[in-house]
Design a protein around this ligand. Structure first.
Ligand code: TRP
Length: 329
């Protein structure tokens, strides 16, 4: 008998996302140095610009991760012990995920896909496409902020492969990263595996070009966050009075992405009832993007109570997918 295709999607959105944004932005602008959360890059325009970034010649991570998945998903699925469930944190349109789903289908282990994403719309449309493409697939989606709602991931669908792609783990600060990985470890059973995408250390020039393309798409993406604050918080940032800055900090092994104020200026945010002064040349961080080595990642996993079990890179060694488990399991 053919198993039945099912779609179930649970929604746990922040009841007051607007209040969260107000307090995040207030805290960031009052901090020294100032900082904005990368969460607010992705309005409609920001998501379009990021999509364009991923298509730039200079921005290798997306393309390279896709190549590794296209070429090695069979091997990854076998090394992961042929999981019944694929959980994906930040699933979006699941473009890259199809390589994993197809590999699971080919070995006959595929039962359930658990997409976890902040966008309800994309989760519904992705689910509808996937049940067409993978007959018999059960979809148990979660619409939430996975950093907040990680513990809602269904526990009864083992063995699971939990994919966290796109290098997003590199956008967390070391203490946030350790806490996040430790929370994942706490959810995992011995047969579960984590698949983590991370960008790797390389020459400064290539890194800086990947985050500051000559066509200026990345600069526009970075400045778009100011437009978001103008619209959502009644702010009056002039994007032309800020410059995009993308520097590789080799000591911390991370890209440090900022907006630099080109003049002494005062910005007001009506909704926050706040006025903020910027000195000429003052920089405000908008994102970090850590770059790893295999040794450093082993230490990162160990610190969170996890163990590196498999390592998949492209031929040039630009990007890695790590397969990770609980120690000894
Ligand atoms: N998470 C992506 C990364 O670290 C996001 C990104 C790409 C980004 N280019 C950017 C963020 C420029 C800010 C500015 O690679």
């Amino acid at each position: 008998m053919e198993s039945e295709t099912t779609i179930e999607i649970e929604v746990h959105l922040d009841a007051d996302a607007a209040a969260t944004m107000r307090s995040d932005v207030r805290r960031g602008l009052l901090a020294a140095p100032k900082e904005l959360s990368p969460k607010y890059f992705y309005d409609e325009r920001g998501s379009q610009l990021f999509e364009q970034i991923t298509e730039l010649e200079e921005y290798y991570p997306t393309r390279t991760e896709r190549e590794i998945l296209a070429e090695r998903s069979r091997e990854i699925v076998a090394a992961a012990g042929c999981p019944a469930t694929l959980v994906e944190l930040g699933s979006g349109s699941a473009a890259k995920t199809r390589h994993l789903l197809s590999a699971m289908e080919a070995v006959g282990c595929l039962r359930t896909y658990v997409p976890v994403d902040i966008s309800e719309e994309i989760t519904h449309s992705t689910a509808a496409c996937l049940v067409e493409e993978y007959p018999g697939l059960a979809i148990q989606g979660l619409v939430c902020d996975f950093e907040r709602d990680l513990e809602r991931i269904p526990a009864d669908l083992e063995p699971r492969l939990i994919a966290f792609l796109g290098g997003t783990v590199g956008n967390l600060y070391p203490d946030q990263r350790r806490d996040f990985l430790a929370r994942l470890a706490a959810l995992m059973e011995s047969g579960d595996r984590l698949l983590l995408g991370t960008d790797l250390v390389k020459e400064r020039d290539r890194l800086e070009l990947a985050y500051d393309d000559p066509a200026g798409v990345t600069a526009e993406f970075n400045k778009n966050v100011l437009t978001v604050l103008n619209r959502e918080l009644g702010a009056n940032f002039d994007p032309d009075l800020f410059a995009h800055v993308a520097r590789y900090d080799s000591g911390e092994a991370r890209m440090d992405i900022r907006l630099r104020s080109l003049a002494e200026q005062t910005v007001s945010l009506d909704v926050l009832d706040l006025e903020v002064e910027f000195a000429a040349g003052e920089e405000m961080r908008t994102e970090i993007s850590a770059k790893f080595t295999r040794d450093r990642l082993e230490a990162v996993y160990a610190e969170a109570g996890l163990e590196l079990r498999g390592w998949f890179t492209d031929a040039a060694g630009d990007y890695a997918l790590s397969l990770v488990s609980l120690p000894g399991s």
